[in-house]
Design a protein. Structure first.
Length: 283
């Protein structure tokens, strides 16, 4: 520890040694990089875990998980604390336009009548329910098409919110009024300021916890469309390669992969070709 670090450290914060242990474990478990610049952020998020567990200090918390076999019980809660879950309805709308105008007609032309769509970093469910709204409208002109949506995330806390399908009214601002009228239910008491996703859409979405760092993704049948947006930015290149390769393993030949507009897969060895901005097709 440098002199400067020693001066910065107080009994109420995470020591450099324990921050190193935590950040190394978080990276190995989830692929999320936790540089020293995020130490204050990690302290703030883990203070809630200290209160929940009744543990008094960060040193004691780290001893609990690393020395006294608490890691097995605490791992899920630790990941819930450190994951970032920024999401919106119809985020990066060009992807949904591409899905309707190009991906879905192409898949139908290829003979697919049952579509399985995977939101692989689903957070609180806004992406999955956006896909459901788009699909429900698409079905009006394609009545013989069936679909289901799998929504997965590392965090159990966000999945609880996603399963409920209840959101602050302010979150649905990006949703077109016509779609809002069909697929979003207003609370009877307007003072609650909440809305709920229509049961018909909720029935189309299955939620499950999944760690993108797992060696194999146990999701059942292959999918025709995969969304993996705004999560790759938290991974280094080797981790991106592994994650995207596993996603492609669960994508049918000719299926479509959507990544975030701020992300690039240039230089990665993957069985895909680019067909639009941040849209790729399995070959």
């Amino acid at each position: 520890m440098s002199v400067a670090e020693a001066r910065q450290y107080t009994d109420t914060g995470i020591s450099p040694k324990n921050f190193d242990r935590l950040s190394r474990y978080i990276y190995e478990y989830s692929g999320i990089k936790m540089p020293p610049s995020k130490r204050t952020m990690l302290e703030g998020r883990l203070r809630r875990r200290l209160r929940a567990t009744g543990i008094g200090t960060f040193d004691d918390y780290c001893d609990y998980i690393f020395k006294y076999d608490g890691l097995e019980r605490e791992a899920v809660h630790l990941m819930d604390a450190v994951t970032t879950n920024k999401t919106d309805f119809f985020r990066e709308p060009k992807h949904f336009e591409h899905m309707v105008d190009h991906a879905l007609p192409t898949l139908i032309a290829d003979g697919h009548r049952r579509l399985r769509i995977w939101s692989s970093a689903a957070s609180i469910g806004a992406e999955a329910y956006t896909i459901a709204m788009v699909m429900e409208d698409f079905l009006k002109g394609n009545g013989n098409l069936e679909y289901s949506i799998l929504a997965t995330d590392l965090s159990t806390e966000v999945l609880k919110i996603a399963r409920r399908g209840v959101y602050p009214q302010s979150m649905i601002t990006p949703v077109d009024p016509a779609l809002r009228k069909r697929y979003v239910l207003e609370a009877k008491d307007p003072e609650r300021g909440e809305v709920r996703i229509h049961p018909r859409l909720r029935a189309r979405v299955g939620f499950a916890r999944l760690n993108l760092m797992d060696e194999k993704y146990e999701i059942g049948d292959k999918t025709q469309i995969v969304f993996c947006r705004n999560v790759l930015i938290y991974f280094d290149k080797p981790t991106q390669q592994k994650v995207l390769r596993r996603l492609c393993d669960n994508l049918v030949t000719g299926g479509f992969l959507y990544v975030g507009h701020s992300e690039t897969i240039t230089g990665l060895d993957l069985p895909v070709k680019q067909v639009a901005n941040t849209v790729f097709r399995r070959v």
